[in-house]
Design a protein around this ligand. Structure first.
Ligand code: NCD
Ligand code: ZN
Length: 366
């Protein structure tokens, strides 16, 4: 069985910096990506729009340049969101948007994930005019929806977790105060988040990763498969069912692909584990596997149409990205999975990390 699809956009991926960036971009292109949204939690983070803005960190302008030079000029288009921090001003947003360099901003919960130590609490942007400037100019808010600073039992407990708290308490306030703000609830993992997105207006959408469609906490804990450790953490079967239902609904316009592929050359550290699953090179295949696990028969034309909407069309429509004319082919044929060699060391793709040296789907390579 072969499915020909338009090239797709990965609307949440970590391309990092330095010598390995080229390898990560190649991995994206190899799986039919027409473009990406490249996350700004680099070292240093992307906290300015223009080089001429005051402050430390890279600018959207200069990071985009690095991406282009490392092979990203092959992309039809790509977005670099601005990393929101205490130094972000409404003027930066308006100026960046007016000059068409700024299309999105990223909220990280302070210290809540890899590279989130430069972030400021959500209230900062609610009160200092940053969200208002984004709402006014149509700049998309990419949101890592987890409450920060919680104690262990509230961070991940039987009766709730950081994501659920965020979607119950924070998101209602944001959409109430900024009703026209375009928001992407990134890498959602819970039924509560999926329901929130579902019942919000058309200006609120969400990305879902392959790992959250395929696995649960139990899969990670059994044998402690640390390659499944990413943030937000995998959740429970009930949550995975809600994500599968949202992604595979016949009328889905709000849920789309954003892999959160987050390479770590050193995944296990001396006293813990870096958060992030790497799916570069294998994501459409894993999404197809997730859709099958959700009960869709991908040899059926209607199911293919639903898959296409999730992988290829909803995302670029939300972000107003150009529709790719080129296509790629996904085939139900076993493909072997190998580590990605980079100048910084080898990175283990997720399937290998959970003990699978082959996956049921393959893509025609680019
Ligand atoms: C990401 C990373 O490694 O940069 N890790 C992750 O677990 N997803 C950061 C992020 O997007 O949260
Ligand atoms: Zn991420």
């Amino acid at each position: 069985m072969k499915i020909e699809l338009p090239k797709w956009y990965d609307l949440h991926v970590h391309l990092r910096q330095g010598g390995a960036m080229e390898s990560f971009i190649k991995a994206q292109i190899s799986m039919g990506c027409a473009g990406v949204l490249a996350m700004p939690n680099t070292s240093p983070p992307v906290t300015k729009v223009f080089e001429s803005d005051t402050g430390d960190g890279w600018s959207v302008e200069s990071y985009a340049d690095m991406i282009r030079k490392a092979g990203g000029s092959a992309f039809l288009d790509f977005i670099v969101p601005l990393y929101l921090c205490g130094k972000t001003t409404p003027e930066m947003i308006e100026n960046g948007a007016n000059k068409k360099v700024l299309r999105a901003c990223k909220y990280y919960p302070p210290h809540g994930t890899t590279g989130a130590q430069s972030a400021a609490p959500l209230e900062t942007y609610i009160n200092n005019g940053v969200f208002a400037a984004m709402e006014k100019t149509g700049v998309v808010l990419c949101i890592h929806g987890e409450e920060h600073g919680l104690s262990g039992e509230n961070y991940f407990g039987r009766d709730g977790n950081a994501e659920e708290t965020f979607y119950k308490k924070r998101m209602p306030e944001i959409v109430k105060k900024f009703p026209k703000l375009k928001i992407v609830c990134e890498h959602i993992t819970t039924k509560i988040a999926a329901d929130f997105v579902q019942k919000s207006g058309p200006n609120v959408a969400a990305t879902i990763t392959p790992q959250h469609l395929l696995f649960t906490t139990g899969d990670m804990v059994q044998g402690f498969k640390y390659h499944l450790y990413c943030l937000p953490l995998l959740k429970f079967d009930r949550d995975r069912e809600a994500l599968r239902a949202a992604a595979t609904a016949a009328n889905n316009t709000k849920f789309f692909a954003g892999t959160d592929s987050a390479p770590h050359v050193k995944k296990a550290t001396d006293c813990g584990c870096a958060a992030g699953c790497f799916t570069g090179g294998y994501a459409p295949q894993l999404y197809a596997q997730g859709f099958e696990a959700a009960g869709l028969n991908l040899s059926d034309g209607k199911a293919q149409e639903i898959f296409k909407r999730f992988l290829c069309t909803n995302g670029p429509a939300f972000y107003s990205l150009p529709a790719p004319k080129e296509t790629f082919t996904l085939e139900k044929q076993e493909q072997s999975v190998t580590p990605l060699q980079t100048p910084d060391g080898a990175v283990t793709p997720l399937p290998l990390g959970v003990g699978h040296s082959t996956i049921p789907w393959s893509v025609q390579k680019f």
